[in-house]
Write a protein that binds this ligand. Structure first.
Ligand SMILES: *[C@@H]1O[C@H](CO)[C@@H](O)[C@H](O)[C@H]1NC(C)=O
Ligand SMILES: *[C@@H]1O[C@H](CO)[C@@H](O)[C@H](O)[C@H]1NC(C)=O
Length: 168
C-alpha cells in the first residue's frame, strides 16, 4: 500500500512539475502586467527601465556579492545607459514569458531557453530568482490597482522555477 502511494505521488509529482497556471490567472497576469508596463505597442519604455533597474538596485544592495555578476553591465553605475539597457533586457524577457502564458508550447520553449542561458552563469543561485519573483510582484502591486498577487505567484512561480532547473 505504501509502495503504491509512493508511485502515485511520484507520478503526480512528475505531472505537476510543469503545471502552468489556469487560463483565468493567466488572463489576469497578462492584463495587469500590460497595465504596468505594456512594453509591446504603446509601451512605456522609461517605466520598464525604471522597474527593471529598481529590482537590481535592491538586489545588489541586499546581496553585495551580486555586483560582481553585473560587472559587465555597469553594475557599479545604475544610472548608466549600459545598466539601463540590461534592466530593459530583463524586463523584456519577463514580458515574453508573461505573454506566453496564453500559449503553453511557446512558454515551454522560452523557459527551457532561459534555463539553458542562466544555467551556465556561475554564481547564480535559485534564491535570487525567488527574490526577483517577490520583488517584481511587490513592484507591480504599487503600479496596478487591485493587483492580484495570487495570480502572479500562480503563474510566475512555475516560470521562475523552470528557469532555475539547471542551477541546482
Ligand atoms: C565580462 O566581459 C569580459 C570581456 O568581454 C569576459 O571575459 C568576462 O567573462 C565577462 N564576465 C562576465 C561575468 O560575464
Ligand atoms: C554614471 O553614468 C552616468 C550616465 O552615463 C554618468 O553621467 C555618471 O557620471 C556616472 N557615474 C559614475 C560614478 O561613474
Amino acid at each position: 500500500m505504501r509502495g503504491l502511494a509512493a508511485v502515485v505521488l511520484a507520478v503526480y509529482g512528475v505531472v505537476t512539475a510543469h503545471a502552468w497556471c489556469t487560463k483565468d490567472d493567466a488572463g489576469t497576469v497578462v492584463r495587469q502586467w500590460s497595465q504596468a508596463f505594456g512594453i509591446g505597442g504603446n509601451g512605456n519604455r522609461e517605466a520598464a527601465i525604471q522597474g527593471g533597474s529598481g529590482f537590481f538596485i535592491q538586489l545588489m544592495r541586499d546581496e553585495p556579492v551580486m555586483r560582481r555578476l553585473f560587472a559587465n553591465v555597469s553594475g557599479d553605475n545604475t544610472t548608466s545607459p549600459v545598466f539601463g539597457a540590461h534592466a530593459l533586457r530583463v524586463i523584456t524577457g519577463l514580458d515574453l514569458c508573461v505573454n506566453a502564458l496564453v500559449d503553453i508550447p511557446v512558454l515551454e520553449k522560452l523557459t527551457s531557453h532561459l534555463a539553458d542561458q542562466h544555467g551556465r552563469r556561475i554564481g547564480l543561485q535559485p534564491r535570487y530568482f525567488d527574490m526577483h519573483l517577490k520583488a517584481s510582484g511587490d513592484g507591480l502591486a504599487e503600479l496596478v490597482d487591485n493587483f492580484n498577487m495570487d495570480a502572479w505567484y500562480n503563474c510566475m512561480g512555475p516560470i521562475f522555477k523552470s528557469i532555475t532547473t539547471l542551477l541546482h
